[in-house]
Design a protein around this ligand. Structure first.
Ligand SMILES: O=P(O)(O)OC[C@@]1(O)O[C@H](CO)[C@@H](O)[C@@H]1O
Length: 460
């Protein structure tokens, strides 16, 4: 069995080195279909080789093709089914993340307190109960909205920087308690810097944003979420429950996940804040069905993370148990969100793992290659794409001029309003203000790939 894995790996390395033809041999049909399309759409269709096809295609073909953990192979080798060859690396990385996770949890707890205190007043006045009730009275509506905005912007920021491996830019929670209904300085700075960059007509005056968020459409995303929140509140008022986009199942937000461990933790913080801020009734978490690019999130990673967060002792032995308590408190609620109502949970979070996510296909091809997934996403009120590879697939990994509008780079992909949260680790970037790329070149020669810069970019 191990020999099979080694032989398959050696065969792939040899095929790539020899620039053999690519396609037709993958274990996953979905990946083959994407390779077929990539080959057919090459300017010179004859170059269907490892070196002739686009980098996105061949790069993603390796993990599809070599995955002996994919269903057909797992049938041949049942003992491999469900095995994650990257388990040890994932666990080691999470062990080093406890401090950052505890900081995030402390910040989320403060945001939650800010969200709940005005709501509590209104609930008491209205005699309402329940975790996601909207304040319906007038007295606290403005402060509740302000708290929701703060929670959403902070959640976006946490999830964005969760995509940065070392998280050195993660803003702390200092000051949030005393200014709990005002945007913390780092949020205000991010918004202000981005606006200044976007407004700059003269490219020579463009400043690199101090926030390191080079495209920040967080405020626009908040506006879209505020509409969902208002619609939900009206629906709660009318019917006693949430009602979203006409599917009768409430407001739905989807998060297309990226890495497990700390990034997943950050994404769950965002998912939690969206529920608690009254933006969404439910969140669909899209993970991977097979081990993918080492650290991408599998269902087992979600379960493992929850178990670790629930433990009384934080992983890694570096963080005092007391500092872990906010993490445990979040995990207890997250466990309930993942449990169906029939099992005493809220059923607000669900897991999905379509095989399309582990193919080389850019998302512009989704409606052709995976129409059922496209249709499913069309039922969402907002889809949040996490990470660099998802961004490359959104933009088809093209050499777009940096000022290309994001919507143009999507090439028609728009199943629902969408937002990308991504730190830059590959050299595709669109939607920049004129001159910002030159300013970034001067500030940091590796700005496109060093993961120090981020984007909150939306097509709403
Ligand atoms: O998607 P992520 O985790 O943010 O980044 C993944 C990444 O590091 O690996 C991919 C493959 O090399 C690249 O697209 C990207 O730079």
């Amino acid at each position: 069995m191990i020999q099979d894995v080694e032989a398959e790996t050696a065969r792939l390395v040899g095929a790539a080195a020899a620039n053999d033809g690519l396609g037709g041999e993958a274990l996953l049909d979905a990946a083959n279909a994407a390779v077929e399309l990539a080959a057919a759409r090459q300017p010179a269709p004859a170059s269907r080789t490892w070196l002739g096809l686009p980098w996105l295609t061949v790069e993603c073909y390796i993990p599809c093709n070599s995955s002996v953990f994919a269903p057909p192979s797992a049938q041949r080798h049942p003992s491999l089914a469900g095995l994650d060859p990257f388990r040890r690396q994932k666990d080691a990385a999470w062990g080093k993340s406890a401090g950052a996770a505890a900081d995030m949890a402390a910040e989320v707890q403060m945001l939650l307190r800010a969200l709940h205190s005005p709501a509590d007043h209104v609930r008491a006045a209205d005699g309402q109960q329940g975790p996601h009730q909207q304040p319906t009275g007038g007295i606290d509506a403005a402060s509740a909205t302000a708290a929701a905005r703060l929670a959403v912007l902070a959640g976006l920021r946490i999830a964005l920087w969760g995509n940065k491996a070392d998280l050195s830019l993660l803003a702390g929670a200092a000051g949030l308690e005393e200014h709990h209904l005002a945007a913390p300085p780092e949020v205000a700075a991010a918004v202000g810097a981005s606006t200044a960059a976007a407004d700059a007509a003269d490219a020579s005056t463009v400043a690199v944003p101090a926030s390191h968020i080079i495209v920040d459409e967080g405020e626009a995303v908040w506006e879209a979420m505020a509409s969902l929140r208002a619609r939900r509140a009206a629906s709660v008022g009318d019917r006693g429950d949430g009602d979203g986009n006409g599917d009768g199942d409430g407001v739905r937000v989807d998060i297309v996940l990226d890495n497990s461990g700390l990034e997943l933790f950050a994404d769950l913080c965002l998912a939690d804040l969206l529920l608690e801020a009254g933006v969404a009734d439910r969140v669909v978490l899209h993970g991977k069905a097979i081990p993918w690019f080492v650290s991408d999130t599998l269902r087992g990673d979600l379960e493992g993370l929850l178990g670790s967060c629930e433990a009384s002792q934080p992983p890694g032995g570096q963080v005092p148990a007391a500092a872990w308590e906010p993490v445990r408190a979040l995990a207890a609620r997250w466990r309930r969100h993942l449990a169906p109502t029939s099992a005493g949970g809220t059923g607000a979070w669900s897991w999905a793992a379509h095989s399309f996510w582990t193919t080389p296909a850019p998302f512009a091809w989704m409606s052709e290659l995976a129409p059922e997934l496209y249709n499913d996403l069309s039922g969402s009120d907002l889809v949040i794409f996490k990470g660099d590879l998802n961004y490359r697939k959104l933009t088809h990994d093209c050499r777009w001029p940096h000022t290309t509008p994001f919507v143009e780079s999507l090439q028609g992909f728009r199943p629902a309003p969408l937002v990308a949260l991504r730190t830059l680790k590959a050299d595709v970037a669109v939607g920049l203000a004129p001159g910002l790329d030159s300013a970034l070149d001067a500030a940091d020669a590796d700005w496109l790939v060093d993961g120090k810069w981020g984007m909150v970019q939306a097509a709403l």
